[in-house]
Design a protein. Structure first.
Length: 91
């Protein structure tokens, strides 16, 4: 399911038009992104948690040349599913 299909499914389950549902889906993703940029966690009870994980700088190797390269430190978004989501998927 892509973002357009998600918006269509939201529109179908609510009394929103497809355009309104698209705006709502975009707003939810925007709010999650903004919170993660600020270093905040986003917890959705029964669904899961979104958080930022720090990756330390490291030294890697170019597989074609064998040359050592420096890999910069970075941040990654992580999602940990909640019990409600796990139960729904496994039922």
């Amino acid at each position: 399911m892509n973002k357009g299909e998600l918006a269509a499914a939201v529109a179908e389950k609510t009394d929103l038009s497809k355009a309104q549902a698209t705006d709502a889906v975009e707003a939810v993703f925007g709010c999650i992104t903004d919170a993660l940029k600020k270093g905040e966690e986003v917890r959705v009870l029964g669904f899961g948690n979104f958080a930022i994980s720090e990756r330390a700088a490291s030294t890697g190797r170019n597989p074609q040349t064998g040359e050592k390269i420096e890999i910069k430190a970075s941040k990654q978004a992580k999602f940990k599913p909640g019990k409600g989501l796990k139960d729904a998927v496994n039922s």
